[in-house]
Design a protein around this ligand. Structure first.
Ligand code: NAD
Ligand code: DAU
Length: 338
């Protein structure tokens, strides 16, 4: 098979490339526009594999996508490419609509024209909005109504609706997965876990939004990749699959765990003004993907976070460059006077 992986130089896309190259004999074309979030260094090892090729391109570029699909004749497309950070979407929604909605449509048009056998859209549990903190019995199922909070989640939900429309209207062979918060190697340090690790190591303040009581359902990135691998091979066309780790934690507990692991004082914690429209709690019911495809999370949080912290300790070069470039301006703007 030949698989197109978009967003291949980002966090989950790159982890997926490595998972697929290790698990199967397929040819992989990794595509990425190399925005601030894409890092070709992440794919350094993959680039030495003759079954992997990298293409720098923008998924909103219709001409480029048409030419690429005409030439490569993909069997499967897995669309990870997206603007992915909620805080950035609050500051500047437009690029989220362009990449996440129009980009998905452009890709689907190319996939439809060149008869790609399967199009998988990587979506998020954020399309379901949030759950109350005092109702631990409530979980997101695939039937939970779409009800978004941020420009980011609205753009992802819009893309999901378009994918569903293409499936129904044109018989387009699509699947969608909606996953909870991922963590692991190669995550951009603007996101909670790598940001807190990087700040700890620099003895910088750890900005916790609000009271730190919001809850996320954390999943080790490789477990997410395994689920997507199963869906593109065995999942049913037209279906949505929720993916989650049954691992709910408050933000403050995560931050304290990282402080503890790195032997840093809790005095580094700074409570800052809350995120606008901040979702309270995410929690996924992954029963369907378990029953239909035999998927279950394999990495316990205690192990996954240990591996992740070790990875950031051993790969300071990778993230050190990132936190010194454009990111510095972003960080100052996002966190100043907060
Ligand atoms: P990321 O920001 O690390 O990576 C996104 C990648 O997409 C980057 O490499 C970027 O350069 C690329 N990209 C952006 N715009 C592009 C464009 N126009 N054309 C081509 N490439 C472009 O994000 P991530 O955390 O790896 O997320 C990947 C996907 O998974 C996203 O669709 C996101 O919505 C979804 N998701 C993420 C999580 C999570 O916890 N990180 C959870 C559920 C779903
Ligand atoms: O649930 C899946 C989603 O998870 C994905 O779709 C998104 O792409 C991904 O970014 C993530 O969204 P979150 O908003 O949950 O992740 P983030 O790491 O930005 O924040 C996690 C929690 O930590 C959230 O409650 C906000 C809080 N937070 C975040 C940052 C960056 C802080 O308290 N301080 C911070 O500095």
């Amino acid at each position: 098979m030949k698989i197109l992986v978009t967003g291949a130089a980002g966090f989950i896309g790159a982890n997926f490339v490595y998972y697929e190259l290790g698990k199967h004999d397929d040819e992989i074309v990794g595509l990425d526009a190399l925005t601030y979030a894409g890092n070709l260094e992440t794919l350094e090892v993959a680039l030495q594999n003759p079954r992997f090729k990298f293409v720098k391109a923008d998924i909103t570029d219709r001409t480029a996508m048409d030419a690429l699909f005409a030439e490569e004749k993909f069997d499967v497309v897995v669309n990870f490419a997206a603007e992915s950070h909620v805080d950035r979407s609050i500051e500047n929604p437009e690029i989220f609509l362009m990449t996440n909605i129009i980009g998905t449509q452009v890709l689907m048009d190319a996939a439809k024209k060149y008869a790609v056998g399967r199009f998988h859209q990587v979506s998020t549990d954020e399309v379901y909005g949030d759950l109350p903190l005092n109702r631990p019995d409530l979980l997101f199922t695939e039937e939970t109504p779409i009800k978004t909070s941020s420009p980011y989640s609205s753009s992802k939900a819009s893309a999901d609706l378009l994918v569903g429309a293409y499936a129904r209207t044109y018989g387009f062979p699509a699947t969608i997965s909606r996953c909870s918060n991922n963590y692991g190697p190669y995550q951009f340090p603007e996101k909670l876990i790598p940001l807190m690790i990087a700040n700890c190591l620099a003895n910088k303040q750890l900005p916790v939004y609000g009271e730190g009581l919001n809850v996320r359902d954390w999943l080790y990135v490789e477990d997410h990749c395994k689920a997507i691998d199963l869906i593109i091979r065995k999942g049913k066309v037209g279906e949505v699959y929720n993916i989650g780790g049954h691992n709910e934690m408050t933000n403050i507990d995560i931050v304290k765990l990282i402080l503890n692991a790195l032997d840093k004082p809790e005095s580094l914690i700074t409570y800052v003004t809350d995120r606008k429209g901040h979702d309270l709690r995410y929690a996924i019911d992954p029963t369907k993907v378990g029953k239909e495809l035999g998927w279950a999370p394999e990495t316990m949080f205690a192990d996954g976070i240990k591996i992740t912290i070790e990875w950031y300790l051993n790969n300071r070069d990778w993230w050190g460059k990132i936190v010194s470039g454009e990111y510095t301006q972003y960080y100052d703007k996002m966190y100043a006077n907060r």
